[in-house]
Design a protein around this ligand. Structure first.
Ligand SMILES: [Fe+2]
Ligand SMILES: [Fe+2]
Length: 200
């Protein structure tokens, strides 16, 4: 049971209503991941002095659109006149950048700090706010995550948010290269920026 709500971010926003809305339209696997990211994102925000409610709400919603069809994302890119370059990518990129538009429309979330953190959780940014960083890192280190490097990721998150961001970008790019997957250009820009800011 949680004893927080997001009324401060958006007046009248009831967390329990939001949570039920999420639960009904995504797998249990993804839903429980979102709840864990919400909690870790809030914890990081407390530790590093970011806005706890914005970090928590963005963490809760970050994968809201991840299980939508490719067609829905493609239609959204076209109807919202988003960067046509996005059409060359896939769900891994879309569910953040395009997902934020779906969240805006379906859930009525208009807070740009929250929406930006959702947009940036898949690709990072050279411009990440503290809220963005909390969500980005929480997604990577939530308690059920298990991959080679997770312990280092958690240590960095404990020591410095910027280092944790740098480590995550480095790890993610290395993983994509290893799997012969394409890399969205903004991810490289983020890496170049944060690798010089965060101490690894
Ligand atoms: Fe995601
Ligand atoms: Fe996620």
């Amino acid at each position: 049971m949680t004893n927080f709500n997001y009324d401060k971010v958006k007046h009248g926003l009831d967390r329990e209503v939001l949570v039920n809305q999420m639960k009904n339209q995504m797998s249990d696997f993804r839903f429980t991941h979102c709840l864990r990211v919400e909690q870790v994102s809030r914890d990081l925000a407390v530790k590093y002095g970011a806005d706890v409610d914005k970090a928590g709400l963005a963490g809760l919603l970050h994968d809201y659109a991840k299980e939508r069809s490719d067609k829905e994302f493609i239609d959204e890119i076209k109807s919202k006149h988003l960067d046509p370059e996005l059409l060359n990518y896939n769900n891994a990129i879309w569910h953040g950048i395009v997902g934020a538009e779906i969240i805006k429309d379906e859930l009525g979330i208009a807070d740009e700090d929250v929406l930006n953190a959702i947009r940036r959780h898949t690709v990072g940014s050279t411009n990440m706010t503290q809220v963005d960083k909390c969500v980005f890192v929480a997604d990577f280190i939530e308690p059920k995550r298990d991959f080679p490097g997770i312990e280092a990721a958690r240590k960095y998150a404990d020591k410095s948010l910027d280092s944790a961001v740098a480590y995550e970008l480095k790890h993610s790019i290395a993983h994509l290269v290893d799997k012969n997957r394409e890399i969205y250009p903004a991810t490289f820009d983020s890496y170049n920026y944060w690798i010089s800011k965060g101490e690894l």
